[in-house]
Ligand binder design. Structure first.
Ligand code: PLP
Length: 307
């Protein structure tokens, strides 16, 4: 019965995705009181799954949620769900693999302690919707909504509370429906977007905002390692709009994007506006080598034929 349909891991068992319902009193739904992480597959193989699960367990510790599942079990069940779901995809597709844990169901019963809701699910990466970004570059807009500062709620934890980033994204998309957002912090420094980290390149130097103020993306970390391996100077530091407007190159990183070039920030072209710049190109090629998959070709495969 589960043969031809996607499955999920839900509270201890593998089930068909369509049979799983989450309680209306689940605190993840009520308050965003939950954490998640997301890795992707390349040709059906998960990439850096252990690093994602380590980050997931740090997010859980930050929120003081005990998932009741070990890291090893989380990894094993994630691989099991992928093993079942990947073959159901059409050609040239890959999966996002998400682990989501909420604090559990709320109850007014005396003495009730919630037990966490644990879900592992996969879904297809939207290659077609994003393909043109690898040809044209991403247009960025920095909204007026500031990123929540770390002393209020640490951006290093990946929680279900994305409203700050969503408000920024809505504002950016009201300016340019195809734009991606990167929020500034209270001091006017670049932080991150709804699902991505930003890098700038200037005079051969690769820079990204400091880890305290953003989700420390696994891809961001990979890019810093690749840059070191290629002998490129790379650092984490404060970057503001002056740095963005005068950058030679810029790119976003995320699990699904990998590395995707940026063509403009707030309508100002990056470099001569053509993408990718030479350093971005080198890093993109090194990323493909590491992942064992030409991810750019995979995105471009999904360009509309008349596009
Ligand atoms: N910043 C935020 C807020 C994110 O949600 C994500 C996506 O997971 C990233 C950055 C990029 O992180 P990663 O490279 O681990 O996907």
């Amino acid at each position: 019965m589960m043969e031809g349909e996607p499955i999920v891991f839900f509270n201890g068992a593998l089930l068909p995705e369509k049979e799983v319902g989450i309680s209306i009193r689940d605190r993840g739904f009520l308050y965003g009181d939950a954490v998640f992480d997301a890795t992707r597959t390349f040709g059906g193989q998960t990439f850096k799954l252990k690093a994602h699960i380590d980050r997931l367990y740090n997010s859980l510790r930050y929120l003081r949620i005990d998932p009741g599942v070990t890291k090893q079990e989380m990894e094993r069940w994630s691989l099991e769900v992928v093993r079942h779901n990947y073959p159901l995809l059409p050609a040239q597709q890959d999966l996002w693999v998400m682990q989501r844990i909420s604090r559990g169901v709320e109850s007014a019963e005396p003495g009730f302690t919630p037990s966490p809701t644990v879900l592992i699910e996969t879904h297809a990466i939207p290659f077609a919707r994003r393909a043109a970004l690898y040809r044209d570059g991403i247009r960025l807009v920095t909204p007026s909504t500031p990123r929540i500062p770390p002393r209020f709620l640490s951006p290093r934890a990946k929680t279900h509370n994305y409203l700050n980033l969503i408000m920024g994204e809505l504002e950016a998309q009201a300016v340019d429906p195809d734009a991606w957002s990167v929020l500034l912090d209270e001091n006017g420094n670049l932080t991150e977007g709804r699902g991505s980290n930003i890098f700038l390149v200037k005079d051969g130097q690769v820079s990204t905002p400091s880890g305290q103020f953003v989700l420390e993306g696994i891809t961001r970390g990979t890019v810093l390692e690749l840059a070191a391996g290629l002998g490129m100077p790379a650092s984490e530091r404060d970057l503001d709009l002056y740095d963005a407007y005068t950058a030679d190159e810029a790119f976003l990183t995320s699990t699904s994007l990998c590395i995707c070039p940026v063509s403009a920030v707030n309508g100002a072209a990056i470099g001569d506006g053509s993408v990718p710049g030479p350093i971005t190109q080198q890093l993109m090629a090194a990323f493909s080598d590491l992942a064992g998959s030409d991810y750019v070709a995979q995105y471009l495969y999904h360009l509309p034929q008349d596009g």
